[in-house]
Design a protein around this ligand. Structure first.
Ligand code: ATP
Length: 514
């Protein structure tokens, strides 16, 4: 684990050193859990967004996109339940003065039991070697069964407390489990309190005519309140979806782990409107579609898993997360929720307007049910960085840091490097650059030795480099170097576009989604 933490620290500093992510307002010592994307980060982020957007809007003829405003009528947040129920249970440690989410403290405790069980199993596997029967061991080992029983009991108690919103019970669980503050090491806890996560501000210029407005904590509501506009003007028939990418804001109690939990972040959400009663058929379909989208990136299926929710949000009748194995464990990257007709019915009630859909096939009007897929751009970005960052030992004792990004997501696709800064090589390299820049993102670099320039490109994940040398002036060929294999081959300049387009394009990645 300590080793994994080190890796994570390296990834965070790599992000800064190579212009991916900077702490916000850094010269003023930063602003908690707010980050800026640099010159490389913005390219990677845009590529992630395009991959998502195109997989939704291009590949589905019944999904369209919108871009709704961040500010919305405040009653929307009353209707959606966010004013009253978008809370996290918080608890303070009196000694360290640190604030925690009570649910997170308990979930960490559950994970500790899981770790203990896995340790027992790993020990036994070593001891018994080839003859080890894991299923049998899990079913009979006294230690495993003891840990499992404690875990199950805690889990049941925790789920019941969360479902009943029983804050006293949450505190009692923390006390009974002997959970200590990681900073002070004490159990000197305050009571558990609810904390609303929405940011608010005021709209209007006169003190008495001001209206309290919220910065949206999710993009979904912008879709709900527009669904009939889109349906009518786009002549959409159920089932259909609306996709949106945009900023969301949450005043998170504990902001940790870099861009994993931010106060200002970006979401990619798609609401899929279906006939009432068919939502639980669509739910597994969307689970599968979304998992395929993740796995097409090639980071290995073993690094993903579904985590079904025990505590369903007030609006859901089924919910799961897609989790990715980060250096700090399996963590949620995306949520898939069957949101019933809760939101639309609420907006109908609070606005007093009918927003029912008329189904021409059934010849009746109803409030559609909704399956939602909701993924955080920044969490996705973090998972891509974590999966791609590698330190490789090379022959001769050297090491290199390489960002093995899927080529379609890489900020720069091709680096164009003149071998030396004289003899007409820079001019030739520029000429190639000026031709290829229309096809994909290229970078021209003539500074430092060729070896150093390769390392710089490896560190930002550039999948291909070409070197322009003296022979190029004669034969119009260049040396093409592959980031991952470091193999080099001689290719004609005229063939570069054709050779690389397929390998680095988003289209090739999207075609894997069939
Ligand atoms: P968590 O349990 O981690 O707080 P959540 O279940 O509240 O997340 P959702 O409301 O389902 O998250 O939001 C959908 C997605 O938005 C999440 O899967 C995540 O990728 C992203 N997201 C949510 N909160 C944040 C945040 N504070 N910072 C970055 N991304 C976030």
């Amino acid at each position: 684990m300590a080793q994994q933490e080190d890796v994570f620290k390296k990834i965070v500093s790599h992000c800064k050193e190579y212009g991916f992510v900077f702490p916000s307002s850094e010269i003023y010592d930063g602003l908690g859990a707010v980050y800026d994307y640099g010159q490389m980060g913005v390219e990677l982020k845009n590529n992630i967004k395009s991959y998502w957007w195109q997989s939704m809007v291009l590949l589905h003829d019944n999904i369209v996109g919108i871009d709704s405003a961040i500010f919305m009528h405040p009653t929307i947040w009353k209707a959606s339940g966010h004013v009253d129920a978008f809370n996290d249970p918080l608890i303070d440690n009196r000694d360290s003065k640190k604030r925690y989410r009570a649910d997170v403290l308990i979930e960490d405790q559950l994970a500790k039991y899981d770790e203990k069980i896995e340790k027992e199993v790993a020990k036994a596997r070593k001891r018994f070697g080839d003859s080890f029967d894991e299923a049998q061991y899990r079913a009979t080992s006294k230690n495993v069964l003891e840990h499992q029983a404690k875990r199950d009991a805690l889990h049941e108690r925790y789920a019941a407390a969360m479902n009943a919103n029983d804050l006293n019970e949450l505190k009692q669980i923390i006390l009974d489990e002997g959970i200590v503050c990681p900073i002070s090491g004490t159990r000197n806890w305050t009571d558990v309190r609810q904390f609303n996560l929405m940011f608010s501000t005021e709209m209007g210029s006169t003190a008495d005519a001001n209206m309290k407005v919220y910065l949206r904590p999710e993009t979904a509501q912008g879709i709900f309140v527009n669904y009939l506009n889109v349906q009518k003007t786009g002549r959409m028939k159920i089932p259909f979806g609306i996709a949106q990418i945009g900023k969301a804001f949450r005043n998170e109690i504990v902001a940790r782990q870099f861009i994993f939990r931010m106060r200002e972040f970006e979401q990619m959400e798609m609401q899929f409107f279906v006939r009432p009663g068919s939502e639980l058929e669509w739910f597994p379909k969307w689970k599968q579609t979304r998992m395929q989208w993740h796995q097409a990136l090639g980071f290995g299926a073993e690094n993903y898993r579904f985590h079904d929710h025990d505590k369903l949000a007030h609006y859901a009748n089924a919910a799961t997360d897609i989790e990715f194995l980060m250096p700090f464990g399996f963590k949620e990257v995306e949520g898939i929720h069957s949101r019933t007709n809760f939101d639309l019915s609420q907006h109908e009630k609070y606005s007093g307007k009918s927003i029912k859909y008329f189904d021409p096939e059934l010849n009746e009007s109803y409030t559609p049910y909704v399956i939602e897929t909701s993924i955080g751009v920044d969490r996705m970005f973090l998972s891509v960085m974590c999966a791609s960052y590698k330190e490789e030992a090379l022959e001769g004792g050297e090491t290199r840091v390489v960002l093995a990004l899927p080529p379609a997501l890489a900020p720069v696709k091709l680096a164009i490097l003149p071998l030396v800064r004289k003899d007409g090589l820079p001019e030739k390299a520029r000429e190639i650059f000026n031709e290829l820049k229309f096809h994909f993102n290229c970078q021209y670099d003539e500074k430092d030795s060729i070896g150093k320039r390769y390392r710089r490109q490896d560190a930002i994940g550039t999948p291909y480099c070409i070197t322009v040398d003296h022979d190029t002036l004669e034969d119009n060929c260049v040396t093409l170097r592959n980031r991952d294999t470091m193999e080099q081959e001689r290719v004609p300049v005229a063939e570069l576009d054709h050779l690389l387009a397929d390998k680095v394009s988003l289209t090739s990645l999207l075609k894997k989604l069939k």
